[in-house]
Design a protein around this ligand. Structure first.
Ligand SMILES: [Zn+2]
Length: 484
């Protein structure tokens, strides 16, 4: 393969071309035969599995249980909650035929499962002793997508959806915030994203929810990515599906429900948070290979270094470090170095005859920060497991720090319209807003920026709307940004 075929478009030239180059060349995905569909290849699926395992552990540790509900939902279910159907109907995939015959009632392929799970909750809950009911499902969902992008917007994607029912609004709201905390922790601790947790404005709420909370992550082009959402439904779905319980006083009451989801979009988020002009940069916690060893040498020397590399890999594997030996004999070391850089492997080890004689390997990190050009470093083979475990932890922390620094450097407190326009062209604007939907819509029409969230943290502040000058709402500044 020629060198130019392997390199990726520079981010500064065209960020979305860079993104496409990376996801295809690093073999994370391929295009499916149906428009908007995505094949997740093994290297990409492994990244998802690490995110999934981390989140699943947090979900189970807090008393939730996994279950599985059907993919096909009677269309009438979808229509029971008016706002819900209005919000999702344009994205429905509908099955009208089965077994060669037209169905009496069309079936919707789940875009989300509140309705079918609500129907089951109504059946399973009768007394306050059945509450809270804490369910989670790992599944695929389908939503028709006009402008597909791999991982970020595909018609079919993978996610988990938590669905819970509670006796009181306070309990349900506490659950909503608990789930938001899962997402925040997975995003920061595992994916090393720079996120801000907050609440959505009315116009950005989930269809059918009373309150929607989100974590918004900053991408390296300054845009925001909604990386996980948690919804407080109040009694909207309970009323539509008859989810009731008999309270201690003996009267029937409506449950308060929640739902919350994190999807394969998170993989896109970490690609766009950490990647650079050489390609993918993977945080060690989600890297399929944390260390790649490239043995170097010709003839007999090649045999010796390959043997030593294989032994070293086995030692590292036993120490819990995911290690791969690149033993492709037909490729040059230079090609391999570029290839693994493009695939985002955190640490590379070179093992040549001279290193072997000295009992060392030459280590290089995929990315250095804040000094970008750190030299290769000889590490003693005997101490390799300890040294590399320390290095991987340091790289994980460094990537989170770099992302947070980037977010802070690209977030501006703005007090005038020209400042606002300049800020959202390159990053996020923290601005006061009047809370009127028309005003939000005008901002979007003019700048393509939307209200991402009302941050949970943030000092109380009053003043005038950055756009229209009317008195501000919400009691604090909102984040506005262009978003994926
Ligand atoms: Zn306004």
């Amino acid at each position: 393969m020629a060198r130019d075929e392997r390199s990726v478009t520079p981010q500064s030239e065209d960020f979305s071309a860079w993104y496409n180059d990376v996801v295809f060349r690093a073999e994370l995905v391929d295009r499916g035969p149906v428009r908007g569909s995505m094949v997740i290849r093994p290297y990409g699926y492994r990244i998802w599995e690490f995110l999934q395992a981390d989140l699943d552990g947090r979900i189970k540790a807090t008393g939730h249980q996994n279950a599985y509900f059907p993919l096909l939902i009677p269309q009438s279910y979808m229509e029971r909650e008016a706002e819900h159907v209005e919000g999702f109907a344009p994205e429905f995939f509908t099955v009208t035929h089965a077994g060669g015959k037209e169905l009496e009632e069309p079936l919707v392929i789940r875009p989300t499962s509140e309705t079918i799970i609500g129907e089951m909750m109504a059946k399973w809950i009768s007394s306050h002793r059945d509450l809270p009911l804490l369910l989670n499902q790992w599944a695929n969902v389908l939503r028709w997508e006009l402008r597909p992008r791999m991982f970020l917007r595909t018609s079919e994607f993978l996610w988990q959806e938590g669905h819970t029912a509670h006796a009181t609004a306070d309990d349900a709201l506490a659950e909503t915030m608990l789930a938001l905390g899962f997402y925040q922790d997975v995003a920061v601790e595992t994916a090393a994203l720079a996120t801000v947790p907050g609440e959505k404005t009315a116009g950005e709420r989930f269809a059918g929810a009373e309150r929607t909370f989100t974590i918004e992550a900053m991408m390296r082009d300054g845009r925001a990515l909604q990386a996980g959402t948690s919804h407080f439904m109040g009694t909207n779905f309970a009323a539509a599906f008859g989810i009731t319980f008999t309270g201690e006083s003996g009267t029937a009451e409506l449950c308060h429900t929640t739902s919350w989801g994190m999807s394969t979009r998170m993989v896109g988020g970490l690609i766009m948070t950490h990647g650079d002009d050489k390609g993918l940069v993977l945080p060690p916690a989600v890297a399929p290979y944390q260390v790649v060893i490239v043995p170097i040498g010709r003839g007999e020397q090649a045999e010796a270094t390959l043997f030593a590399a294989t032994e070293l890999a086995a030692t590292l594997q036993r120490a819990g470090i995911r290690t791969h030996v690149d033993d492709r004999p037909q490729l040059s070391p230079g090609f391999k170095f570029n290839d693994w850089e493009m695939r985002g492997v955190p640490i590379r080890l070179e093992l040549g005859p001279r290193d072997l004689a000295a009992g060392t390997a030459l280590m290089s990190r995929r990315l250095n920060y804040p000094q970008p050009d750190a030299a290769k470093e000889a590490i003693p083979l005997e101490a390799a497991p300890d040294v590399l475990a320390g290095e991987l932890a340091a790289v994980q922390a460094m990537l989170a720090q770099r992302a947070a620094d980037f977010r802070d450097d690209h977030t501006a407190v703005v007090n005038s319209w020209p400042e606002f326009v300049a800020a959202v062209a390159v990053g996020w604007a923290l601005a006061l807003h009047c809370g009127d939907q028309d005003c939000e819509d005008e901002i979007k029409a003019e700048t393509t920026a939307t209200a991402r969230c009302i941050p949970l943290t943030g000092e109380p502040e009053q003043g005038t709307c950055v756009r229209c000058g009317k008195p501000s709402a919400y009691g604090k500044r909102l984040i506005f940004a262009r978003a994926y």
